[in-house]
Structure formats: structure tokens, C-alpha cells
Design a protein around this ligand. Structure first.
Ligand SMILES: Nc1ncnc2c1ncn2[C@@H]1O[C@H](COP(=O)(O)OP(=O)(O)O)[C@@H](O)[C@H]1O
Ligand SMILES: [Mg+2]
Length: 194
């Protein structure tokens, strides 16, 4: 793969992917420093204002590194932007053969251990809590991500459930007609690919 100065050059892959691209010396320098920190497994701290181009400065060396990289953001909004826009853009521009995954803090995921405990204990303050526990339990059986946002997004409302949230091969569970209905809504199982 090309060197960092080549990637950030006026006729490099970033320039072709970004409208109005200009070489920014500090951006290239930050990318070089980050690459050096990754290579030497050391710490590098950089600070610069919003919109100055930090995202590309760290994504490029991260995607070039060939190892596992965790990018941690301060907000979910930033995370969404990174995952849905910047990351695919830089990956495609660099033609980097990397797999990317989206991970939230662990409080965002259903915990099988606590769920099991709650169900086994079976004592709920309200009827709604009991119903929610059943709903979450059903959700936990079919979800691929375990992300609780998918429950809020309407696990009970099957019409709004998108196929990608479910692994059709794990469905249906006989005796759960709701899931059968959901499976029909989700359409045919997709290929084995990831
Ligand atoms: N070298 C550059 N030339 C032109 N536009 C750029 C350059 N680097 C980044 N951008 C654009 O500037 C905007 C902000 O970049 P971004 O990396 O998100 O900034 P930061 O992470 O520092 O807030 C984005 O729209 C991005 O496409
Ligand atoms: Mg940024």
C-alpha cells in the first residue's frame, strides 16, 4: 500500500474521494505520528479543533496498520458518523481489505446472566416489568447484536423490525407464533457471508 504522503498527496486516493481536498501539512504530520505510535506501540496524544481533519489523520494509519484497531468516540453521534460515513469512505478510497464492526459500551447490551437471574427470580414490581422481561427474553433468543436499542426500536412491533437484525437460521422457534410472523416479514434467509 502507498506511503502516507502519497495517500495524502494532491492526486492521491483521498483527494479523489473528497471534494475540495487540499493537502494540510498538520493533517499529514498527525497521520505520520499516529502511524509511528502504532508501530512502536506507544502513546500519542493529539488535540485540534473540530473540522480540522483529525478523523482522516487517524483513520488512514489505522486502516494501513494491518492489525486490530479500536476507535473509541465520546458520543454515539460521532460513532454513527464514523461508522456510516468516514470509515467506509476512507476504506473504499484506500481499497483497504478490512472488516469493521460497531460496538457500544456494554451497558447497551442485554446481559444473559442478569436476564436469567431476573427471570429465575420471577418477582417483578409491575405487570409491565414482567411483560418487558418476557419481551427482552424473546429478543435475547433471536438477536445477533444484543443491542437493547433494537428492543426500544420496536421488537414488539414486528412490522418495524428489519431483517438484518435477525438471523433467520436461528428462527423460528416452534410455539412462538410472533417470531414466525416476524420471520415471514423478514423474508428469506440470507447467505452464509458475515
Ligand atoms: N485535507 C482535506 N482537504 C479538504 N477537506 C478535508 C480534508 N480533510 C478533511 N476534510 C473534510 O473536512 C471535514 C472535517 O474533517 P474531519 O476529519 O471530520 O474533522 P475533525 O475530525 O478534525 O473534526 C470533513 O467534511 C472532511 O471531509
Ligand atoms: Mg473527527
Amino acid at each position: 500500500m502507498s506511503s502516507l504522503p502519497e495517500i495524502f498527496s494532491p492526486d492521491g486516493p483521498l483527494a479523489q474521494a473528497i471534494g475540495g481536498y487540499r493537502v494540510r501539512e498538520q493533517q499529514v504530520e498527525m497521520a505520520e505520528r499516529i502511524a509511528a505510535a502504532i508501530n512502536s506501540q506507544s502513546v500519542f496524544i493529539a488535540e485540534a479543533g473540530t473540522g480540522t481533519g483529525k478523523t482522516f489523520a487517524y483513520l488512514v494509519p489505522a486502516l494501513k496498520s494491518g492489525g486490530k484497531v479500536i476507535v473509541s468516540t465520546g458520543t454515539k453521534t460521532l460513532q454513527d458518523q464514523l461508522f456510516n460515513k468516514d470509515l467506509p469512505m476512507v476504506r473504499d478510497a484506500l481499497k483497504a481489505p478490512v472488516k469493521i464492526a460497531f460496538l457500544k459500551g456494554r451497558a447497551n447490551y442485554v446481559c444473559p446472566y442478569h436476564l436469567q437471574n431476573a427471570l429465575a427470580e420471577g418477582r417483578f414490581l409491575t405487570r409491565e416489568d414482567a411483560a418487558d422481561a418476557r419481551r427482552i427474553s424473546n429478543f435475547a433468543k433471536v438477536t445477533q447484536s444484543g443491542d437493547k436499542a433494537e428492543v426500544h426500536r420496536g421488537f414488539g412491533n414486528f412490522a418495524s423490525v428489519e431483517p438484518r437484525h435477525f438471523n433467520a437460521r436461528k428462527l423460528p422457534r416452534p410455539g412462538l407464533p410472533e417470531l414466525q410472523g416476524m420471520l415471514r416479514h423478514a423474508g428469506p434467509a440470507r447467505g452464509d457471508g458475515g
